[in-house]
Design a protein around this ligand. Structure first.
Ligand code: PEP
Ligand code: MN
Length: 322
């Protein structure tokens, strides 16, 4: 934690501030820092509680934190590479499937074809966060037996989006990885509940979220019990409004946390040709894998069909990446 002094603070002012700090933060140690003071030895909760009080003291302008101070769990993840439920010791790792589970026949045919094409896990979305309340919202619980069947047939782990805390236990009973979608990256009660579920979690970066906000959401998951965590960059736009993923953020997140960081080229692309290009670019740029919308017949999909690649294209991507 760095305490920045007010501009032109006199030596007497600094001394007075230090007296107040020593009173407020017993046990903390101090070191000189450019334009202020570095505070060492405060546990995260103490530091978080103290920051707004310190910013109110005469002479103090602002308190800032390093990533490692704000997100100690995310930044101290072990160097051992995640090996379950997805094995990141050999990358790239592919999670593929249609945007939403729509019916049993089409989903099972996708599951079989995508496994044969090189998928390591299946997208298995039952609850879809849609911009319009009139749009298809997903099959909901009616789809649970379908994805369970796909898992039994293929042996592949399931990745499903959780959109409500009340879904946690039942989804965790069948699915291997709970996905926190971009819209819910800042839904802190949902993060806590996903953390308590005991399942692995895939955390998407919210639209326009900074690296720090993304890491803080990861910190929630880890603090509330997640043992296996995957980060996923999905770009800043709504579907169909521009092909862009932030590769610099992927690299930074990997460097800071050592967590696996994958990319979702589908929602960033908005079209299947762009999704294919972006998928390959993401892998070349250091992503540890892909979460990609792929289906046997994307032309019939009720959701995001335009950006969904065919099983053949997915096989090509997986083959080229190897
Ligand atoms: C999804 O992957 O199904 C999805 C809804 O994506 P996002 O949360 O990134 O919009
Ligand atoms: Mn989608």
């Amino acid at each position: 934690m760095i305490i920045n002094f007010e501009k032109n603070l006199s030596p007497e002012g600094r001394a007075a501030l230090l007296v107040l700090l020593r009173r407020k933060l017993p046990g903390a140690r101090y070191a000189a820092a450019k334009g202020g003071l570095k505070v060492i030895g405060l546990p995260p909760q103490k530091a978080a509680d103290a920051a707004p009080l310190i910013e109110n003291l005469p002479g103090a302008a602002r308190v800032t934190f390093l990533n490692a101070e704000l997100c100690p769990l995310a930044c101290a993840m072990s160097r051992t590479v995640l090996s379950k439920p997805l094995d990141f010791r050999r990358t790239p790792v592919f999670i593929a499937g249609p945007c939403a589970v729509e019916d049993e026949a089409s989903y099972l045919s996708c599951a079989r074809a995508l496994k044969a094409a090189g998928a390591h896990a299946l997208r298995a979305a039952l609850f879809k966060p849609r911009s319009s309340p009139y749009a298809f919202q997903g099959l909901g619980w009616a789809g649970l037996p379908i994805i369970a069947k796909a898992k039994k047939i293929t042996g592949l782990p399931l990745v499903t989006e959780i959109t409500d805390t009340r879904q946690a236990a039942r989804l965790a009973g069948v699915c291997d990885i709970l996905q926190i979608g971009a819209r819910n990256m800042r839904n802190y009660e949902l993060l806590k509940e996903a953390g308590r579920s005991g399942r692995a979690v895939l955390l998407k970066r919210a639209m326009r979220a900074t690296l720090r906000e993304w890491l803080l959401s990861a910190e929630y998951l880890l603090k509330y019990g997640v043992k296996e965590l995957i980060l996923c960059e999905r770009g800043d736009m709504l579907s169909g409004s521009g092909a862009a993923l932030d590769f610099r953020l992927i690299r930074e997140a990997k460097r800071l946390t050592r967590l696996p960081v994958i990319a979702d080229p589908s929602h960033a692309a908005g079209g299947r040709e762009a999704a294919e290009r972006l998928a390959l670019k993401a892998l070349r740029s250091g992503a540890d894998g892909l979460l990609i919308e792929a289906a046997v017949n994307p032309y019939a999909a009720r959701v995001d069909g335009r950006q969904t690649v065919t099983a053949e294209t997915f096989q090509k991507i997986a083959g080229r990446a190897r």
